[in-house]
Design a protein around this ligand. Structure first.
Ligand SMILES: NC(=O)c1ccc[n+]([C@@H]2O[C@H](COP(=O)([O-])OP(=O)(O)OC[C@H]3O[C@@H](n4cnc5c(N)ncnc54)[C@H](O)[C@@H]3O)[C@@H](O)[C@H]2O)c1
Ligand SMILES: N[C@H](CO)Cc1c[nH]c[nH+]1
Ligand SMILES: [Zn+2]
Length: 437
């Protein structure tokens, strides 16, 4: 992309080509890109065929490690504990504060088993059971994410998962001690320094060293998202949590520097990340653009944030609040910041968003680390049908049916008629045996 390309595209809902420009802007080809799909499917086949040997070879090639066996890609409990013990006080305290706030929030999500008894003594209900073993993917290609360790592992614990297996890439062999310390604090059972599609395949199918899990959760790049989609069915997955996104709606009264930094905060994750600002105040959009131009060079991750903004960012002028709402529900963003005077009024009408940050003071970054709600959220429009990662993702439900003799007799008559209507006579006879004369 040429340096002359504007830092961020300007769109207006008044433009004749607005619809097509918005569609292009929102298209994220990653999970449907043929090249990525082919690479991921080859990686998954290789891991299924060769197990540990494939993991070692792929990790050396893709993460530039010098590993000779899985022992080099496994971190024991002592290593995690040592990382925790060696943390500076401020980091240990911040981790503890975040972990506790995340725990308290997620405790509220805990569903309980329930049942009721009918007049004839038949009991019906639902039993909630935690997963035996969960695999948590902690991204690590372009940044290290101790916060993602907490966001994945804490709800798993609250749900009562018996064993938590964590995978995290360590490109060039660089291990992030805060990530390991967070794993210790959050009670992760095993850590493998694996990333990308190979890590997902290992968790889904198991290898000599990596235990097969029941469900894989956690965010990641296009290789991770594509692999999760490919192994779904063999294991459960939480959602497609891909490159980060933010949609800010501003009424024009928030400091443009604040908004520029809010947009950068997600753009700096990945060149594929997406940051969009919508406002009905055109002068304000220009002021935010000026702030962005001025502040971008001050970022450590200027190159990544700049690439993200140039290819996928936008400042959108709309007519009014109503049009802003239409855009929100159309985009279904991972993060929605309502930087307006009365966010409650707008929030009431928001139907699709992973997380809603209300008012000028609620920077999305607070939610990324320590507000309490989960930061693993549906991306690329999947907030239309997916929810934030939560305790419910680590549990499943079984139906309970306990018929009394009278209940079996009454239900048997109905079942018999329906079964015979389906020509399934063994079903009918099974029910009929229990009918009292
Ligand atoms: N939605 C959420 O909740 C959430 C939370 C945190 C981060 N994120 C997003 O997660 C993503 C993290 O991405 P990341 O890259 O930093 O780390 P990552 O761990 O997701 O991906 C790194 C891995 O990708 C694989 N890979 C890279 N290039 C490859 C290639 N050419 N062929 C095959 N495999 C390849 C490598 O195996 C590497 O280990 C970012 O997009 C970030 O925005 C999302
Ligand atoms: N914004 C990310 C989710 O899209 C989460 C995160 C972790 N660290 C910083 N941010
Ligand atoms: Zn973030």
């Amino acid at each position: 992309m040429s340096q002359d390309t504007p830092l961020v595209a300007r769109l207006s809902t008044r433009d004749a080509d607005f619809e097509s420009r918005l569609t292009d802007l929102l298209a994220w080809e990653g999970v449907s890109d043929h090249g990525v799909q082919q690479a991921v499917s080859e990686i998954i086949s290789q891991v299924r065929r060769e197990g540990d040997a494939a993991l070692v070879a792929l990790t050396c090639r893709l993460d530039r490690l010098e590993a000779s066996s899985m022992a080099d890609l496994t971190l024991g409990a002592d290593r995690l504990e040592a990382a925790y013990a060696a943390l500076p006080d401020d980091q240990r305290q911040a981790l503890a504060t975040a972990a506790e706030r995340i725990r308290v929030y997620h405790e509220r999500q805990k569903p309980t088993s329930w049942q009721y008894t009918e007049d004839d003594g038949t009991v019906l209900g639902q039993k909630v059971t935690p997963l035996d073993r969960a695999g948590i993917y902690v991204p690590g290609g372009k940044a290290a994410y101790p916060s993602s360790v907490l966001m994945n592992a804490v709800p798993a614990h609250v749900a009562g998962v018996r064993e938590i297996i964590m995978v995290v890439p360590t490109p060039d062999g660089v291990v992030n001690d805060l990530v390991l310390a967070a794993a210790h604090l959050a009670g992760v059972d095993k850590v493998f320094t694996l990333g990308g599609a190979q890590a997902v395949a290992a968790l889904a199918y198991g290898t000599e060293s990596v235990p097969r899990v029941d469900k894989i959760v956690g965010p990641g790049n296009i290789y991770v998202a594509t692999a999760k989609r490919a192994v779904f069915g063999q294991v459960g997955i939480d959602m497609i949590a891909g490159p980060s996104e933010i949609l800010v709606v501003s009424d024009g009264q928030t400091d443009p520097d604040w908004l520029a930094m809010d947009l950068f905060s997600q753009a700096e994750h990945d060149e594929d990340a997406q940051a969009i600002l919508v406002s009905w105040d055109v002068e304000h959009l220009a002021a935010v653009e000026a702030s962005m131009e001025r502040l971008l060079p001050t970022l450590e991750r200027e190159a990544i944030a700049g690439a993200s903004l140039r290819t996928r960012g936008a400042l959108i002028a709309c007519r009014d609040e109503g049009e802003a709402l239409e855009l929100i529900n159309r985009i279904a963003p991972e993060h929605l910041e309502l930087s307006v005077e009365h966010p409650e009024r707008l929030a009431e009408q928001v139907r699709h968003a992973g997380a809603i940050f209300m008012g000028r003071h609620t920077a999305e970054a607070l939610g990324d680390y320590c507000a309490g709600p989960n930061h693993v959220l549906p991306t690329s429009g999947t907030a239309r049908f997916s929810s934030p990662l939560g305790v419910y993702d680590f549990q499943k439900r079984s139906s309970i049916i306990h018929c009394s003799p009278q209940g079996a007799s009454t239900l048997g008559k109905t079942a018999s008629v329906l079964a015979r209507g389906e020509s399934l006579t063994a079903h009918a006879r099974s029910a009929e045996y229990r009918i009292k004369d």
